[in-house]
Design a protein. Sequence first.
Length: 203
Amino acid sequence: MIYLRRVCSQRVLVDLLAINPVTIGQVIGETRTLMDAQKITVSQTAHYFSSAQELHAWAQDGATTSRMDLSQTLSHPALTGMPRLDFQALIDRITVPYQATIEQRRHHQRGGARRPGTRGGIFRQKITDADRILATVLSQRDLCNQQTLADLFGVSRGTIRNAIEDVRPLLEQDPHVPMPAEQRFATAADVLASVTGDSETPS
């Protein structure tokens, strides 16, 4: 279940559980087959852990990763234009239809339903679904260009472009109407520097 929710890779599970990779792969395949038969689906988590140490530290002490800290910074009300609780509610509303959109596209690309027990597209995402929504919100507010967003999230411009193309139609259907940003930033450093203060009041 941890793997299917994209909490971490199989390699990290091997390190955590001290079980060989073949056994992990078999267990995941068997579990997925049972879930498919029962039509059980699980959502992707908001955070991905790249090592056993990161996941253990978070579970034991609530230690954050650099990716968590970045997402927290970029979801600052001054950047999203809304309080954090409102932004989280927006993510909650958008995530399910977003995942449905992605699955429909994969279904079309496969030419049919996924065969039981196959990987089903579970692999390490360059950014999480929540970060894809966050990047699209920032783009929707015209906070900066796509290359700056790519620099902020540490991915390619193509990844950001694809995220925006997938998420923007869903945001346009949402009741929330974004307000244009009061300032447009030229670089990732400029964006981060703008929220170094403690103020949580949307601009």
